[in-house]
Design a protein around this ligand. Structure first.
Ligand code: C2E
Ligand code: MG
Ligand code: MG
Ligand code: MG
Length: 282
């Protein structure tokens, strides 16, 4: 019966749970000592100019070699380090090691090779990142341009109070800031391609800025491009001016709404407009 099944399933699964719990604790204990034991190193993946094949930067990727646990990929331990809080110390180590390497390359006459460092969201929240970066650059007499920081989309989504200030400070240092794996995890794009929907509404937030604001233009182009690629319809919201309408038309956005055409209307007024339009169309 079902009661016995439940009990059996407990008997079957509890040891495995305990074992995985023990493994987790073991990994976390090892992780805590890993930095002091010099068990981490970085590998550098070139970022290449696709036309000329030139290396323009390197992404630093952490590796962990442990006596008992062997060689481990970051996907197996970064999450644990985030949970325990060790990510802050590990992240500092990565940053310093990357800058040390950039300084070594510079001193070897290779010039400044920009190094991209991955920053965990937990690390971002857990320390004054701009201060740490400033101090580390200064330690090796490196310009900010020697460093790139890669953040996950969480930094966009969570909108923490200090995010803007920290990013502004990092920018002021000359550090390059990028969003890693854009569209992969927290963004709506992942759902976008899976959900059986018909279209997107291009937010007034961006429509209001065209055709004058270059970043709003970029977002409108991107949204229109995504919609086209996924064969979704797109409707622009909040069109208030003819310039906005013309811009969106040129972008291939076929449909829009906004005060330029009409505000929200009462049912009878709406009906009147419909009638009027039909009369005009003949
Ligand atoms: P990976 O080296 O195994 O790193 C996996 C992820 O762990 C990284 O994804 C990054 O999110 C995180 N990570 C690595 N180092 C650090 C670190 O120092 N601090 C923190 N907080 N997180 C870190 P990411 O950044 O997207 O890196 C690209 C991954 O894709 C790397 O895996 C890289 O080795 C791998 N990769 C690069 N080129 C290829 C390829 O052509 N094919 C495949 N399958 N994988 C590739
Ligand atoms: Mg990365
Ligand atoms: Mg990536
Ligand atoms: Mg990744």
């Amino acid at each position: 019966d079902s009661k016995r099944r439940v009990r059996n399933s407990f008997q079957r699964f509890t040891p495995a749970l305990v074992q995985s719990q023990q493994e987790k604790l073991k990994l976390e204990a090892q992780l805590r000592r890993a930095a002091d034991n010099n068990e981490f190193h970085l590998v550098y993946q070139p970022q290449v100019d696709l036309r000329q094949g030139r290396i323009v930067a390197a992404e630093a990727l952490i590796r962990w070699r442990n006596q008992q646990l062997g060689e481990m990929r970051p996907d197996h331990f970064i999450g644990h380090a985030e949970n325990t809080g060790d990510i802050i110390r590990i992240g500092r180590w990565v940053l310093r090691e990357a800058c040390l390497q950039a300084a070594r390359w510079r001193d070897a006459g290779l010039g400044i090779v920009r190094i991209a460092v991955n920053v965990s969201y937990r690390q971002f929240l857990g320390e004054d990142l701009a201060a740490t970066v400033r101090d580390t650059l200064r330690e090796f007499s490196l310009p900010g341009a020697a460093l790139e920081l890669e953040f996950t989309e969480r930094v966009l989504i969570e909108d923490a109070p200090d995010t803007m200030r920290t990013f502004a400070e990092l920018r002021a240092l000359g550090v390059m800031l990028t969003i890693d794996d854009f569209g992969e995890g927290y963004s709506a794009l992942n759902y976008l391609r899976r959900l059986p929907i018909h279209g997107l509404k291009l937010s007034q937030l961006f429509v209001s800025g065209v055709p004058g604001n270059s970043s709003d233009i970029a977002v409108c182009q991107a949204v229109a491009g995504i919609a086209r690629s996924l064969a979704l319809g797109v409707v622009a919201e909040g069109i208030e001016t003819e310039a906005q309408r013309d811009f969106l038309l040129r972008l291939g956005v076929p449909v829009g709404q906004g005060f330029l055409f009409a505000p929200g209307l009462h049912a009878d007024e709406f009906g009147y407009r419909m009638l009027e339009e039909q009369r005009r169309a003949g």
